[in-house]
Design a protein around this ligand. Structure first.
Ligand SMILES: [Zn+2]
Length: 254
């Protein structure tokens, strides 16, 4: 996948980073509110954006999950937040990012997906409690007047808000789409290009919105996932767990 070559942070030699053309992933540690990638077991790899990446990221909700994510993909900004957090200890190095910043980053992605889910569900399924939640969200985020606005109008207001927000985030993260050609049949396609994984996350989110993918939040575990028709839970495991829970509740009541 095409990428913009990255600029290294000021004062950092680019050679050990393969001219900035690859990302670093490996064992990370959480300490004193920081997630740190350090040491010799770090791997350089070519990141290719794919929907599973965003799916894994939005489900990072606890510090331990950050460690798993960094092992699979790397840090979100890789030392570009503040050069002081990037240190070369030749031949090793250390780069760290605030855990707080990670969790609020993920929380914002999730919130956008949640609002997007709400408006999709309200439009396509029309369940009254979903429409009520959408109405409340529209009042909160875009100061939409209270009252009986049509679901289409509410949905349009929320979509307008989200489109502006996602555009801003893409710009802030110096990310963009390029027009490329796929390997087969010379078909044109949009290629994500970003200097950080954070930038890629915003591009993936934008792609998700553009493709009208229907998302759902699993009632059992809270995971956000791409919905298949008639699916409610993220996995058969969660569906079974919920069935067992319901069964237990019923037998306790009787
Ligand atoms: Zn689940």
């Amino acid at each position: 996948m095409a990428r913009i070559p990255r600029q290294p942070p000021p004062g950092v030699e680019i050679a050990p980073r393969a001219q900035g053309l690859s990302w670093l992933r490996g064992p990370a540690a959480i300490e004193d509110g920081w997630v740190t990638l350090r040491g010799g077991e770090i791997e350089q790899y070519q990141f290719e954006a794919h929907p599973g990446f965003l799916d894994d990221l939005v489900n990072v909700r606890r510090p331990e999950a950050i460690v798993r994510f960094v092992a699979a993909y790397g840090l979100l900004w890789e030392g570009q937040l503040d050069p002081d957090d990037f240190e070369w200890l030749s031949p090793m190095f250390r780069v760290r990012e605030p855990v707080e910043r990670w969790l609020s980053f993920v929380a914002e992605l999730r919130e956008i997906q949640r609002l997007y889910c709400l408006s999709q569900w309200a439009l396509h399924r029309g369940e009254p409690h979903v429409i009520a939640s959408l109405r409340k969200a529209a009042q909160e985020i875009v100061a939409f007047p209270a009252g009986e606005a049509l679901v289409e109008v509410l949905s349009e207001a929320v979509a307008g808000f989200l489109s502006v927000l996602v555009t801003e985030r893409i710009e802030e993260n110096a990310a963009r789409f390029l027009v490329g050609v796929s390997d087969t049949h010379g078909r044109y396609e949009l290629l994500p290009a970003a200097a950080t994984l954070a930038g890629h996350a915003w591009l993936q989110l934008a792609a998700q919105l553009l493709q009208h993918i229907e998302l759902g939040e699993c009632p059992a575990c809270g995971r956000i996932f791409v919905l298949a028709p008639r699916q409610r839970y993220c996995s058969t495991r969660c569906a079974t767990r919920q069935r067992v829970r319901r069964h237990r509740r019923r037998s306790e009541e009787s």
